[in-house]
Design a protein around this ligand. Structure first.
Ligand SMILES: [Zn+2]
Length: 127
């Protein structure tokens, strides 16, 4: 859970109060929608981390679902005509197309979300 302090603009891994600022300055949760407007003001940019998550889910979904879908297409085609080479080609084509398509779409999604993020003057948190 990434939290940040509005006073010193630093980001931390959890905690209730800022360990840097004197007094009890409450840390804000970076994942909450009402705090998203402050993310651009922070010293360290945590946005790539959050944007990468949706892209990773999409590419993972593509790689996981491509094989069963390809096998399904191969078996259904085989049951209807018996042409092994044709349906093996179509099945492998389905696997390649879906996994490559999801990888490509996730890349596009990440680039689109990162459009408004200037990384020149900040250190992006990519780990
Ligand atoms: Zn602070």
């Amino acid at each position: 859970m990434v939290k940040f302090c509005l006073q010193c603009k630093s980001a931390f891994w959890g905690g209730q109060y800022c360990p840097i600022c004197p007094g009890e300055i409450e840390l804000l949760d970076a994942a909450l929608p009402e705090n998203k407007k402050y993310l651009a003001e922070l010293n360290i940019d945590v946005r790539p981390k959050y944007y990468a998550r949706s892209s990773m889910l999409l590419s993972c979904f593509g790689f996981v679902m491509a094989l069963p879908l390809g096998a399904f297409v191969f078996l259904r085609g085989l049951a209807s005509s018996g042409n092994v080479e044709l349906w093996a080609g179509i099945g492998i084509g389905t696997i390649v197309f879906i996994s490559w398509g999801c990888w490509y779409l996730s890349h596009r999604l990440f680039d689109k979300q990162m459009e408004g993020v200037e990384v020149e003057d900040k250190e992006p948190q990519l780990d």
